[in-house]
Write a protein that binds this ligand. Structure first.
Ligand SMILES: Nc1ncnc2c1ncn2[C@@H]1O[C@H](COP(=O)(O)OP(=O)(O)OP(=O)(O)O)[C@@H](O)[C@H]1O
Length: 249
């Protein structure tokens, strides 16, 4: 459903993404792991065309984004919602109003909004906090509000860029649990970027390891796959775990 064909991206003279190809299936939870600067954020941002590749193409459900009109890209983008490490909530709007923002932007009639906002908040377990402001919430609650906002337009894909990197282990588990339920109950495809091996291992079915703007390896998340990744990446994962730069060798 999401295919990247030989995509490359340069920022001035720096090659952030070098000839990357990968394919994500409908309904799967797909992880992208790598050290800081490996190009993970740039790659996931290409999937909804926030970042456009200089070369190669992005194909969503058979439609090559470089071949369609801007209006169509806006429409396709609505089905690819995004969640960020820093939540990106509006501080002077209530939880309810934050979740309603995408409905306003996509011109959903006012009378239909309340039910959808409340349904989304209920799904992440935060309906009772609807009148609170982001500043009154914990990090885990803020991220769940951001997830509710991402869900409100019924996306088919959730793109998550380091969604738990600012959270402690307990709240991380809460957020991962919500993501798992979204995948299982709503059938939403999830792509998650993380530098944390435990997050990727607990959630994903397949994992791509990135290093230096390239795909290092793509494996199934089972003991054989993980073993292969650890073996073939020659200490890459160990260095990630110990907090070192996996690109150092
Ligand atoms: N808009 C930009 N302009 C210039 N350089 C950029 C831009 N965006 C990213 N880069 C550079 O591209 C490289 C890859 O960045 P990217 O954010 O994709 O990596 P990452 O793997 O997500 O790392 P991190 O976890 O630190 O964000 C980095 O060296 C970064 O400094």
């Amino acid at each position: 459903m999401i295919t990247l064909h030989n995509v490359s991206k340069q920022f001035e003279s720096f090659e952030a993404i070098k000839d990357v190809s990968l394919s994500i299936k409908s309904g799967e939870i797909y992880g992208i792991i790598g050290a800081s600067g490996a190009g993970k954020s740039t790659l996931i941002r290409m999937m909804n065309y926030i970042e456009r590749p200089d070369e190669g193409s992005v194909v969503i459900d058979g439609e090559a984004l470089d071949q369609v009109k801007h209006k169509r890209i806006r429409h396709i983008r609505q089905s690819l919602a995004m969640v960020f490490q820093g939540y990106n909530l509006v501080g002077n709007k209530t939880v309810y109003d934050n979740v309603a923002v995408p409905l306003e932007l996509s011109k959903v009639p006012k009378r239909d909004r309340a039910e959808r906002v409340l349904e989304s908040l209920r799904f992440v377990g935060l309906e009772t906090l609807k009148n609170q402001y982001p500043g009154q919430l914990s990090g885990g609650q803020k991220q769940r509000v951001a997830i509710a906002r991402a869900l409100v337009n019924n996306p088919s894909v959730l793109l998550c860029d380091e969604p738990t990197s600012s959270l402690d282990p307990n709240t991380t588990a809460e957020v991962l649990d919500v993501l798992k339920r979204i995948n299982e109950r709503l059938g939403v495809t999830i792509v998650i970027v993380s530098h944390e091996m435990e997050v990727i291992k607990s959630l994903c079915q397949r994992v791509t390891v990135m290093a230096d703007g390239q795909v290092y390896d793509t494996v199934e998340n089972n003991p054989t796959g993980v073993q292969h990744m650890e073996h073939s990446a020659a200490g890459f994962v160990e260095r990630l775990r110990s907090g070192g730069d996996a690109n150092d060798s």
